[in-house]
Write a new protein. Structure first.
Length: 557
């Protein structure tokens, strides 16, 4: 079978990294190739002065000034707040000559508003003769007419926002201005309505605190999934099922006004000032762990929990409780601010008292999220080992402090917070993955196997089964009778992950299906001055939860 042939619709002139990056990815693709750049050319756009005058006439002087200021803010922030090379590339531009792809020049007709583009019949004939299977759109106009159906799979485009809440532009700005928890993207097949096409995929990541950083992150994340979308389309020759639509209840965004841009800069200044103050006063996010005995996790009152005091220069997080015989213990991430590394430590729980027993696992790399489970009366732990790009398994040799490395389950993966359990004659592995290597793990992936320590886990057909920063990342897992419950983290605006959490019951789990239903939401209100909570554990009547504060790290908690 021949590869899926792709044509890329672009404007004339310099091209964004979004296009360059995807073309680079296509060179190693198995099932598709980008064969043509279809370049939209307009003679009037080549004269910058005439273009500016036309813009002023159409939008007015103040809007023109606002548009220039928005671009200036983006340029300034991209230099000041985007340091990582991978993200910084998002702001590079490339001359058309930099692309080793055949170029076809076309001249669409513009509407009087300048927004809507319709293709001339001769251009449609030219594009049809190329025998491309699908067109990608990264051009500035609203496409209408025959171009939408000139090839088998139509025109596919990005919308770098959650089109259920944010339509219009500029991409990545309004989520930051409105302090929204997440910034989304959709891959859609274009139809007649602006941003109202058939949505074929949707995802979201936590909103960054500044516009440029937010835009770079969502573009890098989205491009990975456009590449995968084209690979899947080339392999199956079938478009994915269209996601459900709902009435759009928000206004259409446009260029932010000067007033909005001034407010945005004030908000950004306040955030930067607060960060600087915290640095100077040596304040950090510092997690803590609390526990209680409860007959039923659903009716527990979290404010009654006993807090385990953080040891000097350290914090405790990610609690997992377990009982063996008459001994109740709590495994935790034990992070040391001096070494900037976590280990797994154990605390003995006895009523309202606790005792630190010592470290269970201490590796040269960071460890956290000590998920534990039993197999044939043997105890295993799957801690987070994302720093070395592996999902690892350890076996308990003497409860609770002696453990030995058992096996690497999955290699070369940026995965955090892994749950492993047996259900319906299979072993299941639920983990949170960063496919784009930007430090975001908003994708929940499922793998399955016949053995708990297999090194050949099979990916779920729908991976990522959840792609949503407000519910994808794991925060625990437990059983209640025959029912399976997954704890999920809800990321907040900016840098705080785990602002709150929820508990969902897994209703359907198969090799091609996954469905869960949220049954509880836990807010950070059960202890004074806490601003977040992201892990919950329950086993045989013992419950543990973590929380986070902003406080100075001194020799005592």
């Amino acid at each position: 079978m021949r590869k899926l042939s792709v044509g890329y619709l672009v404007d004339d002139g310099y091209q964004p990294d979004l296009i360059f990056d995807l073309i680079e990815k296509s060179k190693s693709a198995e099932h598709y190739s980008i064969d043509y750049l279809i370049v939209q050319t307009f003679d009037e756009d080549k004269n910058l002065l005439k273009k500016t005058i036309r813009f002023v006439k159409q939008y007015g002087f103040l809007t023109t000034v606002a548009a220039v200021c928005e671009k200036a803010i983006l340029a300034f922030e991209s230099r000041m707040f985007v340091r990582e090379p991978k993200l910084k590339r998002a702001f590079q531009t490339y001359d058309l000559d930099a692309f080793d792809v055949q170029k076809i020049h076309v001249r669409p007709l513009k509407s009087t508003s300048g927004f809507v583009y319709r293709y001339r019949e001769q251009d449609l004939v030219t594009i049809k003769s190329l025998n491309v299977d699908v067109l990608l759109s990264c051009q500035s106009g609203i496409l209408r007419g025959g171009i939408l159906s000139v090839c088998e799979f139509g025109v596919i485009s990005f919308h770098h926002a959650n089109n259920e809440k944010n339509r219009g532009g500029p991409a990545g700005f309004w989520e930051v201005f409105n302090r929204e928890a997440s910034t989304g993207f959709v891959i859609q097949r274009l139809l007649y309505e602006l941003d109202g096409g058939d949505v074929l995929m949707r995802g979201s990541i936590p909103t960054a605190q500044v516009y440029a950083r937010n835009l770079a992150r969502i573009c890098k994340k989205a491009n990975i999934f456009m590449h995968r979308f084209l690979e899947d389309l080339g392999k199956t020759r079938t478009l994915p099922q269209v996601l459900p639509k709902s009435p759009y209840a928000y206004k259409l965004h446009s260029i932010p006004s000067l007033h909005v841009l001034a407010l945005y800069q004030i908000k950004t200044f306040i955030i930067a000032t607060r960060k600087l103050f915290n640095i100077l006063s040596r304040k950090h996010y510092r997690f803590g762990v609390a526990y209680q005995y409860a007959e039923n996790w659903q009716s527990s009152a979290l404010w009654r929990s006993n807090i385990i005091a953080n040891p000097p220069y350290r914090f405790l997080a990610d609690p997992f409780v377990f009982r063996q015989g008459n001994l109740d213990v709590c495994f935790v991430e034990d992070y040391d601010f001096r070494t900037k590394k976590g280990k797994i430590s154990v605390f003995k729980i006895n009523g309202n008292t606790y005792e630190e027993l010592g470290p269970a696992l201490d590796e040269p790399f960071h460890l956290s999220y000590p998920f534990i489970f039993t197999v044939d009366h043997e105890l295993y732990m799957c801690p987070e080992t994302c720093e070395i790009g592996e999902i690892r398994l350890y076996k308990c040799t003497e409860f609770p402090l002696r453990w030995s490395f058992h096996k690497t389950l999955i290699k070369d993966v940026s995965a955090v917070d892994t749950n492993i359990f047996f259900f319906k004659d299979r072993w299941w592995l639920l983990t949170s993955i960063d496919s784009s290597e930007i430090g975001d793990h908003s994708e929940m992936h499922i793998f399955y196997s016949d053995a708990f320590d297999s090194d050949a886990w099979k990916p779920h057909a729908k991976n990522p089964v959840i792609f949503d920063s407000e519910r994808a990342r794991n925060g625990g897992f437990f059983r209640d009778g025959e029912n399976l419950f997954r704890v999920f983290q809800r990321h907040g605006f900016g840098s705080l992950y785990g602002e709150s959490m929820g508990i969902a019951q897994i209703k359907d789990l198969g090799v091609e299906t996954y469905r869960e239903e949220a049954v509880s939401r836990i807010e950070p209100r059960f202890a004074p001055k806490i601003i977040g909570t992201h892990s919950f554990s329950y086993h045989n009547g013992l419950l543990a939860i973590d929380f986070v504060k902003v406080e100075q790290v001194k020799g005592s908690s």
